[in-house]
Design a protein around this ligand. Structure first.
Ligand SMILES: *Cc1c(COP(=O)(O)O)cnc(C)c1O
Length: 342
């Protein structure tokens, strides 16, 4: 597969900004190159543009070489950059599989890039035949969200691999919820498929949605494109420090995930026992897609009880559904108590 042939002409020709911190790397005593304030605040210097220290830790954790890692201001930045690197506005398109995460569409809309939507099948799996039928030279990116938001299931490996073998553009596998899933990550396919990008995030299992840090894993060729296009200092100093600290306390993350999984199963049973609940979908994530007989009213009732859930009842194939994020044991208890009084 020729990655370069998928890249927009203007990006191929782009001369990236060369920052002071990227022109001189290494140790020195006096830095008078970047017009910073010299007085020490702990934050007076520009951060490392390529986040080497942080990537080293992530590399060890994920067993992916540093040169195959890109860090973005949330996965959302990765989505946005990928569309701007590969999709020519008004000419190319991305493919999404609704119902799925809303940012693929929004980023494409901002870039004036068309979205070709191929709905999931009735069991929330990719419709491979229908996808391959619409593919042409302008199909630049296929987004596979697995586990999928909001349906909470994972896609079958056989279907993912079938798409990896046959899709002629870039495939982005969004694994925001992989830490809650019993399925293996698609990171294992990176070496085999140079057009694969796997995205993960610090926003969910790591408890760091507030720092905005997303990871992308891909071939060096794709990573170099991301580095060329990104803003010079896209990951700020505070974010890099907070992520390093979290990576030093991995047991904490595992304890949280374990608790959330236990709570998910408890909540699932309790929700399923409510008379107005028609279905609680199987979940490989930290939320439960739940079909109820009167979503609007239950949603409003919960707001009145000061509990906010996500109303997905107008989303294709999620008719009648609310999405409950798994909270703390106390929060989940209060949710169930409120619903029992409905
Ligand atoms: C929450 C979520 C993300 C995370 O986005 P960040 O920008 O990293 O916070 C990505 N993809 C999906 C499907 C999500 O639900």
């Amino acid at each position: 597969m020729n990655i370069q042939s998928l890249v927009r002409e203007n990006i191929k020709k782009l001369v990236p900004y060369s920052s002071a911190r990227s022109e001189f790397k290494g140790n020195a005593d006096i830095f008078l190159d970047a017009n910073e304030n010299p007085f020490e605040t702990g934050l007076n210097r520009y951060p490392d543009p390529l986040q080497w220290q942080l990537k080293e830790q992530i590399s060890t954790l994920k067993r992916v070489p540093i040169e195959n890692i890109f860090l973005g201001s949330g996965s959302d930045e990765v989505i946005d950059l990928a569309i701007r690197i590969f999709c020519e506005p008004k000419e190319d398109h991305i493919i999404t599989l609704p119902p799925t995460y809303g940012m693929y569409q929004v980023s494409a809309d901002v870039a004036n890039v068309d979205v070709c939507k191929i709905p999931l099948t009735g069991d929330f799996q990719p419709d491979v035949e229908a996808i391959l039928k619409v593919v042409n030279a302008h199909s630049k990116i296929l987004f596979l969200c697995t586990p999928n938001n909001p349906t909470a299931n994972t896609f079958t490996v056989a279907l993912i691999e079938q798409l990896l073998r046959s899709f002629t553009g870039i495939i982005i596998v969004d694994e925001a919820y992989i830490d809650f899933s019993s399925e293996e990550s698609c990171l294992r396919f990176l070496e085999k498929y140079p057009n694969l990008i796997v995205m993960q995030t610090f926003s969910k299992a790591w408890g760091l949605a507030g720092i905005r840090l997303g990871m992308a894993f891909a071939s060096t060729e794709i990573i170099q494109l991301f580095n060329k296009v990104k803003l010079p200092y896209n990951i700020n100093q505070l974010t890099q420090e907070a992520a390093l600290e979290a990576l030093g306390k991995q047991t904490q993350q595992q304890v949280w995930v374990q608790k959330i999984l236990e709570q998910r199963e408890l909540l699932k049973t309790q929700l399923a026992n409510l008379e107005f609940v028609e279905n609680v979908y199987p979940s490989q994530t930290n939320y439960l897609l739940t079909k109820v007989n009167n979503p609007k009213k239950i949603y409003q009732y919960l707001i009145q009880k000061k509990i906010i859930v996500r109303d997905r009842s107008k989303v294709l194939m999620c008719e009648g559904c609310l999405r409950f994020t798994v909270g703390t044991p106390l929060e989940n208890k209060r949710l169930i108590e409120a619903l029992l009084m409905y």
